[in-house]
Design a protein around this ligand. Structure first.
Ligand code: BF8
Ligand code: SF4
Length: 626
């Protein structure tokens, strides 16, 4: 099929071209059309210099010194406004990740009390390890008793007033010392988020650097707090991921099956949807309607959670959520929280797809709301899946078009799985880094964004890294992008430089390791901490770097902030709304080096972005004398 240049320039993914062509023919709008209608985007917003924090405003600062206002009505300068806006984004992102973590803690609590409807403690070894970390006695106690104490302890992290957060102490001592010296060792997860909202209220903190420090503090409470709680407790409840084979891209939808897309973030819902999909009565019902079975696939980070633990196929990343519906083959799109476009409501009206919301926190126009709760989890999940199965009868076969493209992938590389693949210790990896076979490790993460050709940022940057012997660990929408193009197969080692290729071949692993959803960036932090501790250095001394080539969400801002706060140089592939504040820009790209030993760079060209990361790794190697 030949597509117009207009379509081809939107994505590197052939499924996207096919679905956009269909959308165009049917007169259906997508995120790309809405983006184009929005152009030019607001210049003040892009620079970060508009403020609505009080009703004397809204105010906006002129980017031209000799023309227009240089201060808000209260007297706030561009830097003050930019810093306030930036850390409010961190508050939003840290809140989202941490509330996800809180929900997991709640599920563990109910499970330990025997009040949850269908959950169990799957990873007892991890439960024991976490209990030990929290100083909880395990001797002679049942797993439920231990889990109850653990759930209460992690629950308490959110409301702590004085800290420290237990998991922050996994960081090397030098790092913790530096956080304390700078006053950014977080006290409690919620406290740091609330303090951002307080400090950014009119007339409170008006020192841009002081504001940014609070942003870093809240972000650390996300990465080493809320997100890490989410990951660890998910592993206890649902199992720690191990390598498993799967598939990725829209081609995983099946014309002859009931197709259910699980979209959103929290495995609390998706694990039960998965269980319900194998319920014999529901499978029989699907067959009774002429389907061959029930095909559950994942979208976005819920997709990553299901994929990592169970090998459930990934239908696509953020920019593909509408496209899945446009196949006409999705009988239900089941969502919980985060990264779900409200556009799905109107879109599903054009097809038979049932759009089902499940969280009281996240309702959408055009969605049917079926409230999920942990106490009756399995029975509600069965109702939801039942509704999807019923809807198969409404499918219009003439409207179905499923792209063929999908790729095999090997996923499930939790930190534990990586260590296992290495033979029980990190040493072989550290030796490969020391010998130069592996230049360094890159964490490449984050979203999609119509400001950049879909998946080009992700795939372009990752390919350049592995070619230069950089081992890539990935989560979120980058993981899905790289899975779709086959980079998560051991055979992809052929695309790597000789050193990395040799290591991957001897271990039978891909050069790009899927470490999970966005909260699972905490797994990357743990690997970095373990590597730094093994070498007796700080994380900022390691030849590691981070990148978010297509980021868009507030969560990504919080992630970037905690990755840099952890001592990891980070390249952003879309421009953050800070350039209107020269001091803030300087602090983020330079000054942060003196505070946390790392800083941000912005580079929209993925190959050049990889180049910055490689140069950084070379410099760190030199400093380490390797
Ligand atoms: O938490 S990478 S678009 S799906 S925010 Fe969202 Fe961004 Fe994707 Fe997951 Ni993460
Ligand atoms: Fe304007 Fe200051 Fe109010 Fe912001 S806080 S809207 S800059 S007056």
């Amino acid at each position: 099929m030949a597509f117009s240049d207009k379509i081809l320039q939107k994505s590197i993914d052939p499924t996207v071209h096919q679905m956009l062509d269909r959308a165009e023919q049917a007169g259906i709008e997508t995120v790309w059309d809405r983006y184009e209608k929005m152009l030019p985007e607001c210049g003040f917003g892009e620079l970060g210099v508009c403020c609505r924090n009080c009703n004397m405003g809204p105010c906006r600062i002129s980017p031209f010194e000799d023309e227009g206002p240089q201060k808000g009505i209260c007297g706030a300068t561009a830097d003050i406004i930019v810093a306030r806006n930036l850390i409010r984004m961190i508050a939003g992102g840290a809140a989202a990740h941490s509330d996800h973590g809180r929900d997991l803690a709640h599920t563990l609590l109910l499970t330990a009390e025997g009040k949850s409807g269908g959950y169990e403690i799957k990873d007892e070894a991890k439960l024991a390890a976490l209990a030990k970390e929290y100083g909880i006695t395990a001797d002679g106690r049942t797993k439920e008793e231990i889990a109850l104490d653990l759930a209460k302890a992690v629950y308490a992290e959110f409301g702590k007033q004085e800290g420290p957060l237990q998991f922050t102490r996994r960081a090397p001592q030098k790092r913790v010392d530096q956080w304390q010296k700078m006053g950014i060792d977080p006290r409690g997860i919620d406290r740091e988020i609330v303090e951002i909202m307080h400090r950014t209220h009119i007339g409170v903190d008006n020192d841009p650097v002081n504001l940014i420090l609070q942003g870093l503090k809240a972000s650390i409470a996300d990465g080493w707090g809320g997100s890490m709680v989410a990951t660890e407790i998910s592993d206890v409840l649902f199992g720690t991921p191990e390598p498993v084979r799967s598939e990725a891209n829209l081609g995983v939808l099946k014309a002859d099956h009931v197709n259910i897309v699980a979209h959103g973030h929290e495995p609390v819902l998706s694990e039960m949807i998965l269980a319900a999909c194998s319920d014999p009565a529901l499978v029989a019902k699907a067959k009774g309607l002429g389907a061959k079975g029930i095909n559950l696939v994942g979208m976005c980070c819920t997709g990553n959670e299901l994929n990592m633990r169970h090998g459930i196929p990934l239908a696509g990343n953020f920019m593909q959520q509408e496209l899945a519906v446009i196949t006409g083959a999705v009988d239900a799109m089941i969502v919980d929280v985060q990264c779900i476009m409200p556009a799905l409501g109107d879109l599903c009206e054009c097809f038979h797809t049932q759009f089902i919301s499940t969280s009281y926190k996240a309702k959408f126009p055009g969605a049917v709301h079926m409230q999920f709760n942990e106490e009756n989890a399995l029975s509600i999940a069965k109702e939801i899946v039942g509704s999807a199965v019923d809807n198969y009868a409404n499918r219009v076969p003439e409207k179905v078009f499923i792209p063929e493209e999908k790729s095999d992938c090997m996923v499930g590389f939790s930190a534990e799985a990586i260590i296992k693949a290495l033979g029980g210790t990190l040493d072989p990896l550290l030796d490969a880094i020391k010998s130069g076979a592996i230049k360094g490790i890159a964490g490449v993460v984050g979203c999609n964004n119509p400001k950049i050709k879909h998946d080009l940022g992700h795939v372009g940057l990752v390919k350049e890294l592995i070619k230069n012997n950089v081992l890539v660990v990935t989560t979120g929408c980058n993981a899905i992008a790289t899975a779709k193009v086959g980079l998560m197969l051991p055979e992809a080692a052929d695309q790597a430089g000789d050193g990395l290729k040799g290591v991957c071949q001897s271990l039978g692993i891909p050069p790009v390791l899927h470490m999970g959803s966005c909260v699972d960036i905490s797994r990357i932090l743990n690997v970095c901490a373990a590597a730094a501790n093994a070498l007796g250095v700080d994380i900022s001394d390691l030849p590691v770097a981070g990148a978010a080539p297509e980021w868009m969400s507030e969560k990504a801002v919080s992630i970037g902030a905690y990755v840099v706060s952890s001592g990891i140089f980070t390249v952003l592939g879309t421009v953050p709304p800070v350039l209107g504040g020269p001091l803030v820009t300087e602090v983020l790209t330079q000054g942060a080096n003196d505070v946390v030993g790392a800083a941000f760079a912005v580079e929209t060209d993925p190959v050049k972005g990889a180049g910055l990361m490689i140069a950084h790794m070379d410099a760190k190697r030199k400093a380490l004398g390797i």
